[in-house]
Design a protein around this ligand. Structure first.
Ligand SMILES: Cc1ncc(COP(=O)(O)O)c(C=O)c1O
Length: 363
């Protein structure tokens, strides 16, 4: 069986985690500080605030920006649910917009059309490793005086015009969950250049307690801290970042070369400004070529030893989100699937997966 994802622990993970354990600093500790420093330095921001996961990173960012009841935050209709959920946690309203039919990322024109007097922020999600049109989105956020919160959970180390995704927004949020390019099991981080926001996030992630005055609380805070053991795992992974990036690029290119001319399959369009480090290779299938449905393909691939994942359900098709219908997001949501893309999957395995796709296609 070729799994859809597999964490790749091939460096100093055991040693650094053991070191954290032996130090007895198992809640906060030096590895948390080291990871924050290395991470911000690499992506190109002044500060990093680590968190317990990517969802708490998004929530913390929204809280620090004082998003709350009466505010609106624009999110793409097609993505993982965390961005809308965290907006809802704050009491603000997520305003859903359609995605670009080629990149499957938030469509800047749709964003501009959705802005109202109550809009406070935009959350562009860099989906599957692609990067949103950051030039247009930065212009829109400046023109309308809105916060830009990048969700980089799926695009760690992807670049836009030579700069890392996550270095464009007022804040940017990352996930280090088990399937992500760098993993801590669970973990997250928020990056920013704004000292005031960074300080506010540090207080909010630790119960709202004033620094230097123990058990005095200025805010209703949370416990969103990362442990030193998780950070140790992250530091070991981070030491291998260049190799992980090279691996992800090889995987992307191998799939692209194999699949780009296959009729009935559309790969996510990557603009020339983007240098992707894919989280997972994603394809949109034309169901006509696959017995009329994506589920047929998913089941058949599984029978042939290949685990895949369907695309996300758009918010607009899930009743609890109460979103209007969006044709592009719904068509992408219905027809996208992603293929195994974990580091060190072999060329032969990728070729086998592509052969099976070709074999299941009806001419
Ligand atoms: C785009 C996106 N944002 C946020 C998250 C949430 O991250 P976490 O699972 O670490 O809470 C995920 C998924 O893991 C994601 O894919």
């Amino acid at each position: 069986m070729i799994p859809w994802a597999k964490p790749c622990l091939f460096g100093n993970e055991k040693d650094l985690v053991m070191d954290a354990l032996q130090s007895t600093w198992i809640s906060g500790g030096e590895y948390v500080d080291r990871f924050e420093k290395d991470f911000a330095g690499t992506i190109g921001t002044k500060y990093a605030v680590t968190t317990s996961n990517g969802t708490t990173a998004l929530h913390l960012a929204l809280l620090a920006l004082e998003v709350g009841p009466g505010d609106e935050v624009i999110v793409p209709d097609f993505t993982f649910v965390a961005c809308a959920n965290t907006v809802l946690y704050t009491g603000a309203i997520p305003v859903y917009v359609d995605i670009d039919p080629r990149t499957w990322c938030i469509d800047p024109e749709e964003v501009e059309n959705a802005i109202s007097r109550r809009t406070k922020a935009i959350i562009p999600v860099h989906l599957y490793g692609n990067v949103c049109d950051m030039e247009a989105l930065t212009d829109i956020s400046k023109k309308h005086d809105l916060f830009l919160i990048e969700d980089v959970a799926e695009a760690l180390f992807s670049k836009y015009r030579g700069r890392y995704a996550g270095s464009f927004g007022d804040v940017s949020c990352f996930s280090f969950q088990a399937t992500k390019t760098i993993t801590m099991g669970e973990g997250g981080a928020v990056l920013t250049d704004d000292k005031r926001l960074m300080e506010r996030m540090r207080i909010l992630r630790s119960h709202g307690m004033r620094e230097g005055k123990r058990y005095w609380h200025d805010f209703v805070g949370y416990n969103y801290r990362l442990t030193n053991m998780q950070a140790a795992l992250g530091c070991a992974q981070f030491e291998k970042k260049n190799l992980l990036i090279t691996e992800k690029k090889r995987i992307y290119e191998r799939y692209r070369d194999n699949l780009s001319d296959m009729e009935g399959i559309e790969l996510q369009y990557i603009a020339k400004e983007v240098e992707p480090v894919i989280w997972a290779i994603a394809l949109k299938i034309d169901p006509e070529y696959f017995k009329g449905e994506r589920e047929f393909l998913i089941k058949e691939l599984l029978r042939r030893g290949i685990e895949t994942r369907p695309g996300f359900y758009p918010f607009s098709v899930m009743p609890i989100y109460d979103a209007p219908s969006f044709p592009v997001a719904e068509s992408v949501g219905r027809n996208v699937l992603s293929l195994p893309s974990f580091p060190f999957i072999t060329d032969a395995e990728i070729d086998y997966i592509c052969e099976q796709m070709r074999d299941l296609r009806i001419e």
